[in-house]
Design a binder for this molecule. Structure first.
Ligand code: ATP
Length: 231
């Protein structure tokens, strides 16, 4: 479970996250929507513990910057940041060692198969296309079997096959009780799989709706998005 309370982040004069509070339950898929500059990446980076901020963020009841919390969450950044001189397989081995995962070779092989990277496992980070780098980044986040996972624009650069695979993975994570947070501009890409949407504008969550709320009002997620951000 993820709990964000009164998150506030300011860069010089810009307030990028203004008193944001929300939670994502076990087995819930939350989608963070908002126009460019709304504060989605800032919120995700704060949750991932990469920025200084005010407020509190807990991962399964543990402060997000604690070692205990870091063991529990996976993060797929907007721009993959691979090691140029590690191969695809070495990235996974590095994560397995850093997180002390023990024997997980089969899991690594399965992930590489699912993302069509099995034949690329000896390629260096610097030799990979943008989409391949994104797939490695996703595999690294999934390998730890997280309890909370953060995806910042995960579909960007992926081919249709990988997008389909990733959608299946979102649902598998949900079934396993993981809290899934996805920031995206591609509303269609999360249609049918989300449980809760948080719509951000100017650094604030201006609307939060569950799928049931929206079904009752017979609106689409896209309609709601434009109504909230432009209405
Ligand atoms: P996008 O959809 O374009 O990725 P976003 O919703 O993820 O946007 P953020 O990247 O969180 O938005 O940016 C929120 C605000 O904070 C913007 O006004 C942006 O210009 C500003 N901002 C983001 N990063 C920095 C930074 N490192 N220094 C200064 N201002 C920043």
């Amino acid at each position: 479970m993820l709990t964000v309370k009164n998150l506030y982040k300011q860069y010089d004069k810009i307030i990028a996250a203004n008193n944001i509070s929300f939670d994502v339950q076990d087995g819930e898929i939350a989608v963070l929507l908002g126009p460019n500059g709304a504060g989605k990446s800032t919120t995700i980076k704060c949750i991932a513990g990469l920025l200084r901020y005010e407020g509190s963020i807990d991962i399964c009841g543990k402060q997000n910057k604690s070692i205990e919390a870091k063991r529990l969450f996976g993060y797929v950044p907007e721009t993959p940041a691979l090691y140029e001189m590690l191969t695809v397989y070495e990235h996974l081995e590095f994560i397995a060692q850093a997180y002390n995962l023990g024997e997980c070779r089969q899991r690594m092989e399965n992930l590489l198969e699912r993302f069509e990277l099995a034949d690329k496992k000896d390629k260096l980070g610097k030799e990979l296309s943008k989409g391949m780098q994104q797939k490695v980044s996703i595999c690294c986040a999934l390998l730890i079997e997280p309890k909370v996972i953060l995806f910042d624009e995960p579909m960007v650069g992926l081919d249709p096959r990988a997008i389909k695979e990733l959608k299946g993975i979102f649902l598998e994570l949900k079934e396993k009780g993981c809290s899934v947070i996805i920031s995206t501009h591609i509303i269609d890409s999360v249609e049918g799989i989300w449980d809760k949407t948080l719509i951000m504008k100017n650094g604030a969550v201006v609307m939060s709706r569950t799928r049931e709320d929206l079904e009752k009002s017979a609106e689409s997620l896209e309609q709601l998005f434009f109504q909230v951000t432009e209405g």
